[in-house]
Write a protein that binds this ligand. Sequence first.
Ligand SMILES: Nc1ncnc2c1ncn2[C@@H]1O[C@H](COP(=O)(O)OP(=O)(O)OP(=O)(O)O)[C@@H](O)[C@H]1O
Ligand SMILES: [Mg+2]
Length: 251
Amino acid sequence: MMKASNILLGYDFDKWYGYGAKEAITTDVSKKFNSHTLVCGMSGSGKSFLTNILFARLCLENGSEGQVYFADFKQDDQFSHLRNCPRYYPYDKSIEALNTVYEILHNRQSRKDKSRYPITLIWDEYMANILSIQNTDKKKADEIMRKVSEILMLGRSLGVRLVISCQRPDASAFPSGSRLNYGVIIIVGAPIRSIYEMLIPKEYIDRIGEREFMVGEGVVLLQGSQLEFIKIPLIRDVEKMQQICINALTK
Ligand SMILES: Nc1ncnc2c1ncn2[C@@H]1O[C@H](COP(=O)(O)OP(=O)(O)OP(=O)(O)O)[C@@H](O)[C@H]1O
Ligand SMILES: [Mg+2]
C-alpha cells in the first residue's frame, strides 16, 4: 500500500464562521490520486497567495527529493522572493519551464529516466500567458496546450504534477475537457457563476447556496466528486514559507 500524503488546503468554511472551529480540509498528493491543481478566481481573490502556500506545503510533503519549476508570467509581487532562483521562469521564459518538465515526463515514460520523485510545475497566470501567445503565434499556443494536456493525462503515475492558476479558465486555453483533468480545483473569492459553471458539475453548484466568499475563501472540488468550502487563513511565518520555496527552486 502506498502511504497517504496529505497536504492542508485550508479550513472548513462553515465551521470556521459557524463555531470558530478549525477543521482541516486536506488532499492526498501521493501518486494514488490526481493532484494536478487548478486555482481560479478574479483579480485580487488570493490566487497567488494560495499558490505560495500550496508550493511550500507540497515541498514539505515531497521531502528533499522533490523538484519544482516555477513559471510566473505576470512577475507578480507575491513571488518577488523567488526572482533569483535558478528554476524561476518569469514572463516569456515560462515556456522553457514547460518544455523542461515535458521532457522529463517523456524521459520517464520511455524509461530512459527511471526516477519517479515528484516534479511539480507551478504556473501562475496560465490563461493570460496562453492568450498572449495565441495573439502572436496560434500554432505555438496549440503546441503548448498539447504539452499541458499530455502532462495532465500522463503525469500522475510518472510523478509529474501541474499547479496552474488563472482568473477564468476559458475553453480557449483548456482544450477538449482538460479542465476535468485537475484532481484539485480551487475557486477563491467572490462567487462568479460563470467560473463555477466551467469547473463544477451542475448538481454540486446548487450546494454552494447563499455562501458569499471573500478573498482567500471559496470552493474546492476534489477528484471531481468531493465538494468542500474553505477558508485560507493568513500564515504566521511568511519568511519561513518563502525560504522553503526558495530552497525548492534552488537545490
Ligand atoms: N487567504 C487570505 N487571507 C487574507 N488576505 C489574503 C488572502 N489571500 C490573499 N490575501 C490578500 O489579498 C491580496 C491579493 O491576493 P493575491 O495577490 O494572491 O490575489 P490574486 O488572485 O493572485 O490577484 P491577481 O489576479 O491580481 O494576481 C494580497 O495583497 C493578500 O494580502
Ligand atoms: Mg496573482
